[in-house]
Write a protein that binds this ligand. Structure first.
Ligand SMILES: Cc1ncc(C[n+]2csc(CCOP(=O)(O)OP(=O)(O)O)c2C)c(N)n1
Length: 372
């Protein structure tokens, strides 16, 4: 297999690429000064802390399951920070870094994994849809939503506060799903304002990418006539730049873009998985050397932009997040059984109300006399 070019603006040793290699993309990150880079670093460190704490909470029996984003922080934070407030995101189930930059309270992300909620946040508040566990299905929802945005006249108006793009996040495994392929077809022919953002983390549970496709994943987009780019997913600057470019194309009426962010799932698929059963320690070690957070840290050090005060502040913020997650997750109450009738329709619905009344009556049969 001929490996396609990988867009990289920051090398694994933290060095900036030749400025003439990708001038258009360089222009998209030119405004990111040392202070802005430090904020990207803060985001990534906090997301990793969230990951570690959540994994521990699962091990302590406080969560049913947890899928780590470990190793994918640059892909998520870089792409997420390139978006505008009005852009709308359809995540899969591992996009904790995107949730964080969209302003979702990280405690709320754990409601679903504690099994007390189907979501945990109001999508309309953050323009960040609920997590989707049915692989690839949300790529179609995103395509339909993007077509709606287009028909609502929110594309190509020239107003940066108004023009809107939609982003769908999915994995390498999802590119083999029928739904995802249909999404490509519809997005392409309808010129939908959509960014199809694939995090190729090399594994779909125990299936390596090599068993999922005979061509590099990025080629799949080209087959649908969708401009496609493969970016180093462990390079937060490159992820920011290619996403910014794709978002602008979408918002200005240029249609969809496919981004393959080439990265690595450093952790297990979920807390129910044991990756030592199917991949080598050598492979894991090789990718550990390309750790996305280390890379930005090295770069900041080279710029002389990392001081002890800042690092201590980020550390303290991480501690506080960890403490709050542990406390608030343990305090999460199970929902009342009647709450399953909420949010079924946007407006009151007679059928749902009848079911709600019936269920209340039925449940009452189990309440002992005198305890009501
Ligand atoms: C339609 C469907 N088929 C199968 C599964 C079981 N399943 C859960 S995760 C997963 C692998 C997904 O891999 P990928 O798309 O690469 O995403 P990643 O988990 O690596 O982020 C599978 C097959 C599912 N959730 N939904």
């Amino acid at each position: 297999m001929n490996e396609p070019d990988l867009v990289q603006l920051l090398s694994p040793t933290g060095h900036r690429a030749d400025p003439d290699a990708h001038p258009d993309l360089e222009a998209r990150v030119a405004h990111l000064d040392a202070a802005a880079l430090r904020e990207l670093y803060r985001d990534m460190v906090l997301v990793r802390r969230f990951d570690t704490e959540s994994t521990s909470l699962q091990r302590q029996g406080e969560l049913g399951l947890f899928p780590q984003a470990l190793g994918q922080e640059a892909a998520q934070v870089g792409s997420g920070r390139a978006m505008a407030r009005q852009d709308y995101v359809f995540p899969s189930y591992r996009e904790h870094g995107v949730a964080h930059v969209r302003g979702v309270d990280m405690v709320d992300v754990l409601r679903q994994f504690r099994g007390i909620d189907h979501g945990g946040w109001d999508p309309a508040e953050h323009n960040f849809h609920l997590y989707t566990l049915v692989i690839g299905s949300h790529t179609l929802h995103a395509t339909g939503y993007a077509m709606g945005v287009q028909r609502d006249g929110l594309v190509g108006t020239g107003d940066p506060e108004r023009d809107t793009a939609v982003v769908a996040y999915f994995g390498d495994g999802a590119t083999a799903q029928g739904d995802t392929n249909e999404a490509f077809v519809f997005a392409a022919v309808n010129n939908a304002p959509l960014v199809l953002f694939c995090q190729n983390n090399q594994w779909a549970i125990s299936e390596p990418t090599t068993k999922q496709s005979r061509v590099p994943i990025v080629e799949r987009g080209r087959g649908f006539g969708v401009p496609s780019v493969r970016v180093d997913g462990n390079d937060v600057l490159a992820c920011y730049a290619v996403t910014a470019e794709a978002l602008e194309r979408a918002r200005t009426g240029g249609g969809p873009t496919f981004i393959e962010a080439y990265t690595y799932r450093m952790g297990a698929h979920t807390t129910s998985d044991d990756p030592t059963r199917y991949r080598s320690a050598a492979e894991e070690e090789e990718w550990r050397r390309r750790d996305p957070i280390d890379r930005l840290r090295l770069h900041l050090e080279q710029l002389g932009a990392l001081d002890g005060e800042f690092l201590a502040e980020v550390e303290a913020q991480g501690e506080a997040l960890g403490e709050r997650l542990r406390r608030e997750v343990r305090a999460m109450a199970a929902p009342s059984s009647g709450s399953m009738f909420e949010h079924v329709y946007a407006t009151p619905h007679a059928g749902v109300e009848a079911e709600r009344a019936w269920f209340a009556e039925y449940e009452a049969l189990f309440v002992e006399e005198g305890t009501r």
